[in-house]
Design a protein around this ligand. Sequence first.
Ligand code: FAD
Length: 509
Amino acid sequence: DALLWATHAAAPEWPRAAGINVTDSGFIAVNRFLQSTSHDFIYAAGDVAEMIGNPRPKNGVFAVRQGRPLAQNLRLALSGFHPRPYRPQRSFLSLISTGNRNAIASKGPWAAAGGWVWHWKQRIDRKWMHQYRELPKMEISQAEMDFTARMKKNLKTTDHKGREEKPRMRCGGCGAKVGGLILHEALRQLKQPANPAVVVGLAAPDDAAVLTVPAGRPLVQSVDFFPSLINDPHLFGRIAANHALNDLHAKGATPFAALATAMLPPAKDWILIDQLSHLLAGAGKQLNADQATLVGGHSSEGRELGLGLTVTGTVPSTRILRKTGLAPGDLLILTKPLGTGVLFAADMDLKLSATWLATVVNGMLVSNAAAAAVFVRAGVRACTDISGFGLLGHLREMLVHGDAGLELWPDSIPTYPGTRQLLAEAVSSSMVPANAYNLSLLGPGPWDLTPERTLLLDPQTAGGLLAGVSEETASSVLEELRTAGYPEAAIIGRVMAKGTGPHVVLGKP
Ligand SMILES: Cc1cc2nc3c(=O)[nH]c(=O)nc-3n(C[C@H](O)[C@H](O)[C@H](O)COP(=O)(O)OP(=O)(O)OC[C@H]3O[C@@H](n4cnc5c(N)ncnc54)[C@H](O)[C@@H]3O)c2cc1C
């Protein structure tokens, strides 16, 4: 006899542990809106959920059909509208492969078996998988349409008699500021630690922040701004703050205050409060970790979510790190991997795996504060941070005013997982063509955009620091960096006296 052992889908532990209503079998109990019966802001579908009054077997046929109503109801709920009821189908076609290229089909009272059923199942399954592998390219016009649709949905208002008004054109100038109540609520949720250098800050917001600057210490300031590259305002706030702080770390400065410039797409008030509070909480968290306090800012409506920070720090005049000053014999140390540009370009094309995304985001959250401290202690001769102009663009800034040239070792450059594979598949950031003029450092060209050269042009967000370190200290500096939390820090080249050849030579001689 043959023993057949069939197992049922089992529910995960976490919904019950989180206090969400679950069925006897542990699945999230949802109503006909796919809404949790205990928490109306939680929606669930597929294997994890069970619809009260309409339970269905746990299989893909039902899970797939629930996707569209789930997405629709999430959109409706986020725009402040009522979700719509959903009724799952009663009968469905079952196709079960029995091995040996045979399968059984059944629907209601009808059943069939044979090789042709197996081929039929193959065709359905492959067509389904193909939809996820070959995703349609998103055109800008689609994004424009989404924006307009969102405006219309999110901004419906009523007049004084409660009649629905058509959305109005949005004002510019100061009429585009985010409303005072929204700002007040978002700032109320923001907790900033006390900082003796802040005389007037967000504890009692005023027209301007007032700061005390330590006597005799030069002030260091820098500003950055960019649109969000990730669909999570809190994480984006952290990344934007880290990116802005990089400029201070590259000068050896200690940050102490920051002003935020936030841009939010028009939406209902509660969505704006949510976005702004998460954005500022993320930025504040990263600033506080590097000893800086958020002391004020400005917020405005705009086409997409964006955040900029004006960061302020101080540095003893004897300790200022500069871009120039590379000396022949110095070794170049990079503290963090390259690849944020190409990875996020792949993300926009829906080609980025979740693991690669998680790794690069974690990398972008690593502050360069500890690396800067290592470089300052080691008395490095030149330092900068790698950002939008890519490695080659920032090397140009280090080289052009001096007599140095360098050997750059592409194989030694650390990269985030996925970077080299995507470059080999000809994925690249839209910034690469603008950065390509820096290839002239390699000689007169013309230069093809090979994967190796494209890596050198890849724009970095919250990238690493690049420093010229004397040959005698380089290995101990590298050791210290690795212990300080930069396991991928690497020596990526050597500075040479500039001869008559190109500024940069690729590869070891
Ligand atoms: C071997 C096998 C064969 C099957 N064959 C068929 C078939 O031929 N026809 C059919 O209709 N159905 C089939 N099914 C059932 C079908 O696969 C499921 O019903 C369907 O995939 C359920 O879809 P879902 O989106 O609800 O869940 P899933 O497809 O399981 O997706 C859930 C996702 O959430 C992720 N996840 C889980 N926990 C977390 C977390 N904490 N954080 C982040 N992500 C998390 C998981 O990694 C997973 O990617 C089969 C199932 C199995 C196991």
